[in-house]
Design a protein around this ligand. Structure first.
Ligand code: HEM
Length: 166
């Protein structure tokens, strides 16, 4: 029977992939389908529809960010504590993590209500393009991380006491 840690790592991986495809797919859908479809509508109708769509999408974005952070940090912790990885692994992970934080910040502004969020939203297609480009980079870097050879760390050796010679 698989042990608890194995199942937890598998569930965490599933959640990570599901949250990533939902967030990235939704962003591409918004840019390629929603915005061009809303563009020709009269201002008032477009603003009403945009607000309604944004409210529903906001719930999904918040959940996706939460799942990505929790599952991603858990996956990283398991890898870092249990396996030996090549020296480049941590650098690539660091870049991926920073790019992911930038994506989360832009996505949060696109769904937010603050004046800063409104300024970002007034040029939403541009910011969506940037987030899609960043997400492609993050997925590519994740693929690179996946190729890293991970060898289990040997168990810690208990120090043995050598009796002093008489
Ligand atoms: C936009 C956000 C993100 C996207 C699109 C994304 C996407 C992915 C994808 C596609 C994988 C490969 C899954 C697999 O083959 O098992 C992956 C793996 C991983 N992700 Fe993310 N991720 C994101 C954010 C994060 C964050 C915020 C963290 C850390 C806090 C993180 C940590 C990891 C780790 C540790 C792995 C495993 C890498 C390995 O195979 O060694 N990810 N991610």
């Amino acid at each position: 029977m698989p042990d608890f840690e194995f199942v937890l790592a598998l569930v965490s991986r599933w959640l990570h992939i599901l949250a990533a495809i939902t967030a990235v797919g939704g962003t591409i859908f918004a840019r390629a389908v929603v915005f061009p479809t809303l563009a020709p509508l009269p201002d008032e109708e477009r603003a009403r529809l945009h607000a309604a769509l944004r409210e529903r999408w906001a719930t999904i974005v918040k959940a996706a960010i939460g799942f990505l952070l929790v599952s991603g940090l858990y996956n990283f912790m398991v890898t870092a504590t249990q396996s030996r990885v090549p020296s480049w692994y941590h650098m690539v992970f660091g870049i991926k993590f920073l790019l992911a934080l930038a994506i989360f910040a832009i996505a949060s502004l696109l769904i937010g209500k603050s004046p800063a969020a409104q300024a970002v939203r007034s040029r939403a297609p541009l910011w969506l393009n940037l987030n899609i480009a960043l997400a492609v980079a993050v997925v590519c870097l994740s693929g690179v991380l996946r190729t890293a050879e991970k060898t289990p760390k040997p168990p810690a050796v208990e120090p043995i006491e050598i009796p002093a010679p008489n």
